[in-house]
Every structure is written in structure tokens, then in C-alpha cells.
Write a protein that binds this ligand. Structure first.
Ligand SMILES: [Fe+2]
Ligand SMILES: [Fe+2]
Length: 171
């Protein structure tokens, strides 16, 4: 059985992953507003990925005999000046997610809950990727600046991303 503190942390993370999805969907809408369909598509893929993260977490709690209680999802920001500011916020957001997941792993160790500690390793690795990707995009948008040709190229690059369902066993 899951310790109540561990279950509460996992429940809170389900909400956080859903909020992440909501935030990226909001960014997809803003990219559409800016006429950048590649950015719109990239953020829609990221939204799908966050929903998958929430589901993986959800399934794990149920598998351990726990209960998931869904909470209200916070209203995300909807206005950013451009892609640079969106990816800056995405990076800051993912750094916050990483800190939460690390805290959960520390709690799991403290509780000698090795199953949850092991489960969280996938998320720890995923966060390395999430931060690296957001940081790479911040750099690229910084380089493109206000240059239409650069932004056009970057939008084409963003369009190439496709959703791949995380190869994690969902119970
Ligand atoms: Fe996530
Ligand atoms: Fe990812």
C-alpha cells in the first residue's frame, strides 16, 4: 500500500502534469495567433506528452492500490510577445517540474518505497530531456530574434516534431 504522503504527492503531480498540458495548449493557441503553425503543432505535441505523463502517474497510483482524486486545473497564461517568451516560460516551468519530481524521489527513499523510487526514475530522465529541449529552443529563438527569415526557418523546424507515445508501461 502507498503511504498517504506518497499518494498525496503523486496525486498533486497528476494535477501538475495536467496543468503542464493546459499551459502548452495555451501556447499552441498563441503560436496560431502569431501565424506560426509549426510552433502551434510543436506545442500541441507537448500537450499530448503531458497528458501521457498524467496518465502514467494516474495508472501507477491505481496499480499500487491507491486512489486518484482530481483537483481543479489552474488557468494558464494566454499572452506572450513571441516564441522566445513562450519557451523561456516553458523552461522555467520544466525546472519547477524537475524540482517536484526530485522531491518525490527523496520522499520515496525516506519512506523506503523502492517501487515508487524506481517508478520515478523514468520521470527524472524525461525531465533532463524536457529541460534540454526548452533550453535549445530558447537559444534558437534568441538567434532568430526579429528576423522573419530566421523565424520562418525555425517554424518549419518546429513543424517536424511528431508525437510518440512514451514507451512506459501503463498498467
Ligand atoms: Fe511532464
Ligand atoms: Fe518529453
Amino acid at each position: 500500500m502507498l503511504d498517504q504522503k506518497m499518494q498525496d504527492a503523486l496525486n498533486s503531480q497528476v494535477n501538475w502534469e495536467l496543468y503542464s498540458g493546459y499551459l502548452y495548449l495555451s501556447m499552441a493557441s498563441k503560436f496560431a495567433d502569431l501565424g506560426m503553425s509549426g510552433g502551434q503543432s510543436w506545442m500541441t505535441v507537448q500537450y499530448q506528452e503531458e497528458l501521457a505523463h498524467a496518465r502514467i502517474m494516474f495508472s501507477y497510483v491505481l496499480t499500487r492500490g491507491g486512489r486518484v482524486i482530481l483537483d481543479a486545473i489552474e488557468k494558464p497564461e494566454s499572452e506572450w510577445p513571441g516564441g522566445l517568451e513562450m519557451f523561456q516560460e516553458a523552461l522555467a516551468h520544466e525546472e519547477g517540474v524537475t524540482a517536484r519530481i526530485h522531491d518525490m524521489a527523496s520522499l520515496a527513499l525516506e519512506l523506503k518505497d523502492h517501487a515508487t523510487y524506481n517508478f520515478l526514475q523514468w520521470f527524472i530522465a524525461e525531465q533532463v530531456e524536457e529541460e534540454a529541449t526548452a533550453s535549445d529552443m530558447v537559444q534558437k529563438f534568441t538567434m532568430a530574434g526579429e528576423h522573419p527569415a530566421g523565424l520562418y526557418q525555425l517554424d518549419k523546424e518546429l513543424a517536424a516534431r511528431v508525437f510518440a507515445s512514451p514507451s512506459v508501461y501503463v498498467w
